[in-house]
Design a protein around this ligand. Structure first.
Ligand code: CO
Length: 165
């Protein structure tokens, strides 16, 4: 059928088909990337006592949210380890105190601590870890903070997390 049409018309059809195809690829790529990106966050750590970035926005539309933690430092794990612990802001100090008391065997999180919303394991240099938690347990407008409960880190190694409608 195309064969019987004028050359210019054939070209126009091919060109528009190509444009639709490209648009589809671009759109699906963008959509796929944003869906994957918005329900997870990767936080970098190293031998400085901080999370990069130090803020996470969690879309309320996510069923679950995953936080990945990386550690690119060089110091030995015994001296510079990190984890990721999520709590409501007013709970931070006491959760950190109880985590410190629980010690390394408990990944510096008191077993069964109901104030802990989610937490990862402890990692050392070159290691990564992740934790996935349900978003429905979080509420918009509540101030959530995450911190590292490794010895001495909680006063400075902190970040904030917010649920966004
Ligand atoms: Co730390």
């Amino acid at each position: 059928m195309l064969r019987s049409q004028p050359a210019r018309h054939r070209w126009a059809i091919r060109r528009s088909a190509f444009a639709v195809c490209v648009a589809g690829i671009v759109l699906s790529g963008v959509t796929g990337a944003s869906l994957a990106a918005t329900c997870e966050a990767t936080l970098a750590t190293d031998d400085t006592i901080r999370f990069i970035p130090a803020h996470i926005d969690v879309p309320a539309s996510c069923v679950e949210f995953t936080v990945k933690l990386t550690h690119t430092g060089r110091l030995p794990k015994a001296a510079m380890a990190h984890n990721w612990v999520l709590v409501k802001k007013p709970d931070l100090v006491l959760v950190a105190r109880d985590g410190a008391a629980a010690g390394a065997d408990a990944d510096y999180v008191m077993p069964g601590d109901k104030r802990v919303i989610a937490h990862s394991g402890i990692i050392g240099r070159g290691e990564t870890t992740s934790v996935t938690f349900p978003v429905k347990e979080l509420k918009a407008g509540v101030e959530y903070v995450f911190f590292c409960s490794f010895t001495g880190h909680s006063p400075v190694m902190q970040g904030t997390l917010a649920v966004k409608p």
